[in-house]
Design a protein around this ligand. Structure first.
Ligand code: NAP
Ligand code: GDD
Length: 326
């Protein structure tokens, strides 16, 4: 039985990856940081089938014992401060988690389990003010936020440990990926949650920032398979994972409201306070390398993804209304 350790297992991707690896009959271990209230909602259906350790990327000693005890075959580093706007409000904390956290983990792997294969959750935010469209593994990085800068550090730390210490270390440059489990701060879920609340009579407007920004949005369930595939290759490498399509926030909003039979123009208010100090205007990934070398491709279209999320949020508010009425 292969053993995998996931940091960030309580997050969107961590929950899908844990499910995916359990299906592949892995023994799955997750690192969870302490909080005053339990924060396991995305993985509660997996409890009993996975083993959780307390650990924090800020605290190197807490990384040592899980790695020493588990001796994982594969380590997936998904933990990060992942919300871009917060990275301007908390640039130092973001650097600590999202950049130096990678160095702490890589160094601990080097010392405790150097044969473990390592996956780093890198990001299309590293392309930032992108030098070309679409972006591939050779496109230069030009990060625009403290988050993007921190992820760029994590990417190069991964490459450096691969080249200097010969770790089997891969960096997945993943474009935006969403699901019904997405945090409600991110634009896709913010929109689908608001659509459901408006449809159920619980809200009357949705305040958004830049409607013209364009992203390459895919489905998180597809993207965790790509993470795993990277670690099954003969040699470590870096891969862009994307759909190859780009859509604006405006298109996302139109599809989401229409999915509930609503006209978005009646509800959406553009709020200048939600504009970012420096925007990433256009992301579109070229996943040719992943398709050729990993045999990976996305399976869920943009429209199906947004409609899936609206449906899930509508159902959730319907369930809450029923349980309140009962
Ligand atoms: P997410 O839902 O925000 O999850 C982040 C995870 O990191 C949570 O489990 C969180 O734990 C954990 N974490 C944060 N700080 C930590 C610390 N100091 N020590 C230990 N754990 C910590 O993010 P996601 O969407 O699943 O993304 C997973 C990874 O992929 C992130 O690194 C993200 O930056 C990267 N990424 C995401 C996308 C995307 O579109 N989703 C695209 C490219 C790259 P708590 O539950 O305790 O907060
Ligand atoms: N969050 C948010 N809220 N974004 C908004 C809003 C709003 O009210 N209005 C417009 N947007 C625009 C943002 O300006 C951005 O251009 C776009 O919607 C997407 O924003 P997010 O969903 O917050 O995602 P992100 O692209 O900044 O970052 C996500 O993707 C990265 C990969 O490219 C995160 O998951 C990162 O962790 C990830 O690395």
């Amino acid at each position: 039985m292969k053993r995998a350790l996931i940091t960030g297992i309580t997050g969107q991707d961590g929950s899908y990856l844990a499910e995916f690896l359990l299906q592949k009959e892995y023994a799955v271990f997750g690192m969870v940081r302490r909080s005053s209230t339990e924060n396991l909602s995305r993985i509660k259906h997996l409890l009993g089938r996975i083993t959780l350790f307390q650990g924090d990327l800020l605290d190197q000693p807490s990384l040592i014992s899980p790695l020493r005890e588990v001796q994982p075959d594969e380590v997936y580093n998904l933990a990060a401060q992942s919300f871009v706007p917060t990275s301007w409000e908390q640039p130092i904390a973001t650097t600590q988690y999202t950049a130096l956290g990678v160095a702490r983990l890589l160094e601990t792997i080097r010392l405790e389990c150097p044969h473990a294969r390592f996956y780093q959750a890198s990001s299309s935010e590293m392309f930032g003010k992108a030098a070309e469209v679409p972006q591939n593994e050779r496109t230069p990085f030009y990060p625009r936020s403290p988050y993007g800068v921190a992820k760029t550090y994590g990417h190069w730390a991964t490459v450096s440990y691969r080249e200097s210490h010969h770790l089997f270390a891969c960096s997945g440059i993943l474009f935006n990926h969403e699901s019904p489990r997405r945090g409600k701060d991110f634009v896709s879920r913010k929109v689908t949650d608001a659509v459901a609340r408006i449809a159920r009579g619980l809200a009357t407007e949705l305040r958004l920032g830049n409607l013209e920004a364009r992203r390459d949005w895919g489905y998180a369930g597809d993207y965790v398979e790509a993470m795993w595939l990277m670690l099954q290759q003969d040699s470590p490498d870096d891969y862009v994972i994307a759909t190859g399509e780009t859509h604006s926030v405006r298109e996302l909003v139109e599809i989401a409201f229409a999915a509930a039979g609503l006209d978005w123009k009646q509800y959406v208010v553009v709020d200048p306070t939600l504009l970012r100090p420096a925007e990433v205007e256009l992301l579109q990934g070229d996943y040719t390398k992943a398709r050729r070398q990993l045999g990976w491709k996305p399976t869920v279209s943009f429209r199906d993804l947004i409609e899936m999320m609206v449906k899930a949020d509508l159902e959730q508010y319907q369930r809450s209304a029923k349980s309140e009425a009962a």
